[in-house]
Design a protein around this ligand. Sequence first.
Ligand code: XMP
Length: 579
Amino acid sequence: MNPDAQIIVLDAGGQYCHLIARKVRDLGVYAEVRASETPACELASARGIVISGGPSSVYDPGSPTVDPAIFSCGVPVFGICYGQQLMAHLLGGEVRKGERGEYGMATLEMDPVSDALFEGLGGRQQVWMSHRDAVAGLPEGFSTAGRTATCAIAAMAAPGKKLYAVQFHPEVVHTERGREYLANFVFRVCGCRKDWDPRGRAPMLEREIRDAVGGRSVFFFVSGGVDSSVAFALCTRALGESRVRGVYVDTGLMREGESEFVGRLAGVAVEPAAEQFLSALKGVTEPERKRHIIGEEFVRVQERIMAERGLAEGSWILGQGTIYPDTIESGGTANAAVIKTHHNRVEGIRKLIEAGRIVEPLKSFYKDEVREVGRELGLPSELLERHPFPGPGLAIRCLCSEVDAPLRATADGYIVPVNSVGVQGDSRSYAPVLAIDALDHERATALINRLPGINRVIGSVRTRVPISRMQVRAGFLTPQRIARLPLADAAIRRLSQRAGFDQRVWQFPVILIPLGASAEFPDSVVLRPVDSVDGMTARSVSIDPALLQEMCAELFQQEGIAGVFLDLTHKPPGTIEWE
Ligand code: XMP
């Protein structure tokens, strides 16, 4: 049984509320998320309230709000990002509507104040920003505690009323002293005691699995990734091998050598289904359609296998390795915007969930926590340390275009008319990419903040012809194009492992985009090495020039490749995967 929550995080939309709750739990204090409109009287037993960030503007009709009585009920309140704007707005301050906003790293200058929340946090520090609007006028009784170059009120406080707020995100790892802000709030301001130990979770999870499954059996899709492997192992431990059947689906969209790896390590049956998936995806270019189709084809495979084996409907349920971020970015929480639909959150799966026919033991865990559970179960590190790989596979790393289209030259670089998905101020963006001829991350961040209409910047590493002579060429999910990707991916993985570079990154997607030099060389490869803790935010990582040249040399030996680029975009504003 979980203890009563000492800290309540009010969900003002998007992913941040859960990240905050988890960071508070990491401090050893049990926290829960509630709807933002929860009446103040239901929050009175908490020791502290946090209002999370979110994609809305306080001026949007229907934007999330809170019961204003929370500001005077004696419980300390900490507003973060949108939470700060909402606090200012509801207490009579001024919020200015932003045009483009501020995304990514910023330098915060904190006053050397000594009250509880900001104690010991004076001086310059790196913070993570993701917002459009900002507080422009303080509510009565508040004073400014910190600022950045573009945000005059980046932190504010009314210590007498125990009200505090910041525009940046202390819950995100890239805010270097973020943990201290949360710890000050939880311990100094709210006086919480430690009551939550994240270790030793496996027995509790196994009990939950047995409760959910009852007398039925579990049919489990195993992908070879960390999440499904850990969830599968938990189910097997909870129910015994005879009641859990694992299947690995070969969708034809897997990395080179993957089916062999899974067969060897997980020891599950391989279901060949490449033709089925590729014909369902024929002519499809739009990312969300790809994701829906792939998710639904998984459901079809499951139905087919059940029918073939004569398994009756009521006697089994489906097991999945869904983890927390999968449900968030698919719009799984009350106020969250749909950024990407995960393959295990499509309509067919939702129906099974509603019918109580799915078990997802890890659905409130984050990647790093899943690895912890896996270690507790004694799974091999060869499996647990694998980089994450998306369920829809290479389909969402093979970008398509329905038409030939020229690049547009600008003073800053070339706009490539290939759209990719981004997350800006917690909303989804789908916009063209800018190609520049420098591998400069800072410039890339500045360009995205300055230029409306792009959400991603790539730096050119090597191209067969000058970028000015390249163009986007019509390209679909054809067997020929798909075949280029596992080859390129395998070459990069091999070089990256040999140089020890794979240990320095959290994930390293290799993407194919239809940016070509000629009919003979119709595609380019984009390298996307990122560092992250949980995939919720990520930093784009640079590659040593010698290694980069080796990678280019290998890729240029492959058929069809016109250029190699490095993705310079952090998350936000670009997501890790392009689609
Ligand atoms: P994004 O691209 O949203 O990805 O920044 C965050 C993390 O999630 C992985 N990812 C997926 N994993 N099914 C999955 O199991 C999916 O549909 C999916 N889409 C993205 C991605 O690889 C990254 O690690």
